[in-house]
Design a protein around this ligand. Sequence first.
Ligand code: ADP
Ligand code: MG
Length: 363
Amino acid sequence: MARIELTNVEKYFGSVQVLKDMNLVIEDGEFVVMLGQSGCGKTTTLRAIAGLETATSGTITIDGEEVQDKKAADRDIAFVFQSFSLYPHMTVYENIAFPLRAVRMGQSDREAAVREVAQVLGIERLLPKRPSALSGGDMQRVAIGRALVRRPKALLMDEPIGALDAKLREQMRAEIKRLHIARNSTSVYVTHDQVEAMSLADRIVIMHDGVLQQVGAPDEVYLHPANLFVAQFVGSPVMNVSDITVEGDGTDAVLRVGGGQGFHVPGQVVGHLGKGAVTLGIRPEAVLLSHQPGDGYVETETTNIEPLGSHDIVDVRVGDTTLRARCDAGFSKGEGEKLWVSLDPHRAHFFDAANGQSLRRAV
Ligand SMILES: Nc1ncnc2c1ncn2[C@@H]1O[C@H](COP(=O)(O)OP(=O)(O)O)[C@@H](O)[C@H]1O
Ligand SMILES: [Mg+2]
């Protein structure tokens, strides 16, 4: 178990800066997921924590101790990579036991440790096999077993299930979570898949272009995104976004979306917005459709339907903006159907159009 702290960490490769002033505390026993697009610096951050890469500046501490000058092998941190890096000439048992041999653990302790981790992972029957006889999922279970067997202070996982098919990924996700709860190990997990991040994390760290965008619990980043990037990166389908103008006074206001119709909303919802240009963000579940006119609703028509089985995503047009709404399956009969649309003002997000920062109401 370990508490990991990054302070003002920067990393350059030549003249290219890939990590910019990273500050992050990972608490003992926490499961933190680093989420971001390919190339944003996730792997570099993990490698810097593990000691496989040296930060250009800043400090990294593990349990209060600075580790910049410590070799990877002396940091007591285990790493699981996306590619299954098992020794092909060894059995599964020997693969898992390998880190214990390296620290000269006695044979009976070694055997007990391997069997215990194999049992937790449900791979006991695989112990005599060679990696070439395993499926992708089993190979990654073995790689995780090998990482966990010496009870490292922390477990770092870099897209460990990214190469598996969708069904297996879902199953492995649940297993990794269960394993974390059973072992209570400090875990840092990297992925570009927001569903994986939401389902695994105690806290999510969202990165973009080497800059940490927001750190928070899954519901926090979903409900209160700090900026437009986070708002559109988390959630599927992505949050609707449109430039708006706000008209009206403190009691009744009108949001004019995409230069089109205006939605009447309570003044308090928008009272905190300044005079500058504002971007509205509204998730598909907060875009409300109706077959009849009603208070706060404006007329529109269906432009596209995505039937997803459990629900439909229905597109409607407002001004120059397409709003995507999450509806019951079969809600709209087809393209061109006349509908009425409203926005749930209490689930509307507002962002500074110039810099994308969230414009939150003071609480
Ligand atoms: N050893 C390296 N030398 C030069 N550039 C690198 C090296 N490793 C990574 N990079 C660059 O650093 C950036 C961040 O990479 P990486 O941390 O692997 O991102 P991610 O894991 O989020 O996809 C990318 O632009 C990548 O090309
Ligand atoms: Mg990577």
